[in-house]
Ligand binder design. Structure first.
Ligand code: PEP
Length: 249
């Protein structure tokens, strides 16, 4: 059985003190089993969170594909490894849109993350015009195929995919559970084509895009949705606890 994940993506929110307050107050109220509670926080507070968190798994929101060098402002996989974070979001649509991240770069980042024992949460998803033009599957196929080109998966527990339709992120307009399930199933079929059915059945696929405490249960009732990647609602302590409880199986 795939263990569900509820991953909060805090984006560019929370100071160190706010983050520690959040972690200390939610941890005693999180389910002890049945779900992996993850927080992907700003890089500057990762070390403090790793030190304080006992239940929450800590992740970064991005990573450079190079190990070191003249890349001003960037964070390397070595640094994340040294900080003892477990997860790293790769290819979030905001990184694709605002920082020109290509499928090719994301592919390099996945390879590098594995080299340093980091678990990638790889984001894929279509923009509204692509959905309206019935191109969702084409987009997902291109993104998944390119992201995983030449990537070996030694342990399917160590890779997570997040289906995040761009039109649903931060808009309050979630995909329906049927739309999310259809896309997650399609992604699983693509993975089966690359890695075989056995591996594909073990990979966790999350849905992300305006997940909240009201829609999480229905999303989680879908057979191919193994949790959520949550932005806005993960910033509130009570909502984060409710979302983790709703994902626990
Ligand atoms: C996200 O940041 O990946 C996200 C899905 O945000 P939100 O939940 O706010 O739509």
């Amino acid at each position: 059985m795939r263990k569900p994940i509820l991953a909060g993506n805090w984006k560019m929110n929370k100071t160190r003190d706010e983050a520690i307050h959040f972690a200390l107050s939610v941890e005693p109220k999180l389910p002890k089993e049945g779900v992996e509670a993850v927080i992907c926080a700003p890089a500057i507070i990762l070390r403090d969170l790793v030190k304080r968190c006992e239940v929450i798994h800590v992740g970064a929101q991005n990573m450079n594909e190079n190990v070191s060098g003249a890349y001003t402002g960037e964070i390397s996989p070595v640094m994340l490894k040294d900080t003892k974070v477990e997860y790293v979001i790769l290819g979030h649509s905001e990184r694709r849109a605002y920082y020109n991240e290509t499928d090719e770069k994301i592919n390099q980042k996945i390879v590098r993350a594995f080299e340093y024992d980091l678990k990638p949460i790889v984001c894929v998803g279509e923009v509204l015009a692509e959905r309206e033009a019935n191109k969702t599957n084409d987009v997902l196929k291109t993104q998944v195929t390119n992201a995983f080109k030449g990537v070996e998966i030694a342990n399917p527990d160590n890779i997570v995919i997040a289906y995040e339709p761009v039109w649903a992120i931060g808009t309050g307009k979630s995909a329906t559970s049927a739309q999310a399930e259809e896309a997650c199933k399609y992604i699983r079929d693509l993975l089966a084509g690359i890695y075989g059915e056995d591996v594909a059945q073990k990979i966790r696929i999350l849905y992300g895009g305006s997940v909240n405490t009201k829609n999480i249960a229905e999303l989680m009732s879908m057979p191919n949705i193994d949790g959520g990647l949550v932005g806005g609602a993960s910033l509130k302590e009570d909502d984060y606890i409710t979302l983790c409880n709703a994902c626990a199986k």
